[in-house]
Design a protein around this ligand. Structure first.
Ligand code: ME8
Length: 503
């Protein structure tokens, strides 16, 4: 079996989970589920980033020890994974022993290869971004992200980032698909072309982090620590061969805010440690709430658990993935959400399912009707919609065009709706029951395939569809698209898939 390794960023535990975190995780979940159905052995990793000054400050504000604080709050993100029905294989916490070992092993490798030296740092630091900024980047006393900065002067270990500029640029040139979308790739390239300074990678003024080997006054810079999670989870700390089975990762999915760390620092660390580079960094866009920037101070943070309770999990999964071309920014608007639920889910998919299943339920003895080998060209067109789309859908997922993938699936559902309207099986009940049976057979077979294809996106609903058609649990992968449902299989009682929402 081919391996496929995909990661979300590890989220800072000091924040409460919000819609932006849910979005990244859902995108990875869709891709993971899709690849599993396509025969891959998928390893999907998410977790929490628990060190650094920001987390230490948050613990201090609550007057508790950092370790007690992180133990308490990391479960918020673990619970979110459950609420979102994520299919992650691991949940990493940077305070785990395996991770401390892995960070120290990487540090030693960088030191031995001559990429680390001791000096003094003086410059601007933003705790909110956990990032250093050059004098030229400070605008009106703030970081480019708008965060407050403080002046830092302390002994520090440096990573010789400047040595890696040419090799990074050569790597980007040779690997066009390494950074996606393209516009983001161009931004990274011009940033690196602008010149790279050596990077401060340790701090001495606080101590909530991984200790630098053989120099306990220093703790590792939280981003070096955090990025290393991706190899920790692939067993970098162990001395057996497990590591090469998983690493390099196929995709690091991130928001555009943290692209530089993933597309510049991380590959430089890995090259310097003589480790393979991940195959792709995909930086998706930024969500606003009803047109406004989401922020705690504005008080407009969208709690994923509340909206899932209000609207339903699959409804939210569908909306987030369908609404925005993946890679672009998006706006979360309740009106738009309700519109999508009512038109795409309730009217288009829900009605098709309801009409087909209830009709067969009533007029075909609760069974898949017989087609008596009388399938016509117009029926075949519907039966073959997904066989014809499957390779396009696979390509779209491999290019992370998640919204296009969903749109193509819905195009097929719209086709099936047109077919039921023009064929009007209800009008044939008395005058041509054989033809009615063929039409219903066609539609049920279409629903079986749609059920398979919908699993990555709306897994609960897909399961309801497949269960109601009594599809064996082992017959729900892409290999089964070309199976044909057998007549006389029992259909289970239909339920409303998506209740309409009154605005
Ligand atoms: O940056 N729209 O963690 P973090 C879209 N610990 N995505 C959003 C979003 C929004 N409005 N807000 C957050 C960190 N995100 C580091 C990562 S990785 C080695 C270390 C998502 O908790 C998006 O994926 O601040 C973004 O990159 C991430 O949450 C930042 O999460």
């Amino acid at each position: 079996m081919k391996n496929f390794y995909i990661t979300t960023p590890i989220y800072y535990v000091n924040d409460v989970p919000h819609i932006g975190h849910a979005y990244t995780s859902l995108a990875c979940d869709v891709i993971s589920r899709f690849k599993r159905l396509d025969g891959y052995d998928v390893f999907f990793l998410t977790g929490t980033d628990e060190h650094g000054q920001k987390v230490e400050k948050a613990a201090k504000n609550k007057d508790i020890k950092p370790i007690d604080f992180v133990n308490n709050v990391s479960s918020n993100f673990r619970n979110l994974s459950k609420t979102l029905n994520l299919s992650n294989n691991d949940f990493i916490r940077t305070t785990e022993q395996r991770h401390l070992e892995s960070c120290q092993k990487l540090w030693k490798k960088l030191l031995e290869s001559g990429n680390i030296y001791l000096d003094k740092y003086s410059g601007w630091y933003s705790v909110r971004d956990e990032a250093f900024f050059g004098e030229n980047e400070i605008q009106n006393g703030l970081a480019p992200t708008g965060a407050k900065v403080e002046w830092v002067e302390e002994p520090s270990y440096f990573f010789k980032l400047s040595d890696w500029q040419d090799r990074l640029l050569a790597f980007y040139r040779e690997n066009e698909g390494f950074i996606l979308p393209k516009t983001r790739r161009n931004e990274v390239i011009s940033f690196v072309e602008g010149g790279l300074k050596d990077l401060s990678i340790s701090r001495t003024s606080f101590n909530w982090g991984v200790k630098v080997p053989n120099d306990e006054n220093h703790i590792m810079y939280v981003w070096l620590d955090a990025l290393t999670n991706y190899i920790t989870a692939a067993n970098y700390n162990s001395n057996n061969n497990d590591f090469s089975k998983l690493w390099p990762a196929d995709i690091h999915m991130v928001g555009k805010d943290i692209l530089r760390f993933h597309a510049v620092y991380w590959p430089a660390f890995l090259m310097a440690a003589d480790l393979p580079l991940p195959k792709r960094i995909f930086a998706h866009g930024w969500w606003t709430n009803e047109g406004e920037k989401i922020s705690k101070s504005v008080g407009n943070v969208i709690d994923p658990i509340t909206i899932i309770n209000d609207f339903g999990l699959d409804q939210i999964r569908y909306f987030l993935i369908r609404e925005v071309p993946f890679g672009n920014d998006g706006d979360f608007s309740k009106n738009q959400l309700i519109l999508r639920i009512n038109s795409d889910l309730a009217n288009n998919l829900g009605n098709l399912y309801q009409r087909v299943i209830s009709f067969s339920f009533k007029f075909c003895n609760q069974m898949v009707p017989n087609h008596n080998n009388n399938i016509q060209d117009e029926d075949l067109k519907v039966i073959e919609l997904f066989s014809k789309s499957i390779n396009i859908l696979k390509k779209q997922i491999d290019e992370q065009k998640l919204d296009e993938c969903i749109k193509l699936i819905w195009k097929n559902i719209t086709e099936a709706n047109k077919y039921i309207d023009t064929q009007a099986p209800w009008s044939l009940k008395d005058k041509n029951p054989e033809r009615m049976s063929v039409i219903l057979y066609t539609l049920i077979e279409f629903l079986r395939q749609a059920g398979i294809m919908l699993q990555p996106f709306i897994p609960d609903t897909a399961e309801k569809i497949l269960d109601s058609l009594s599809i064996n649990i082992n017959k729900r992968t892409f290999e089964n698209i070309d199976d044909r449902i057998s007549p006389n299989i029992v259909i289970n009682k239909p339920e409303v898939l998506f209740p309409r929402i009154d605005n």
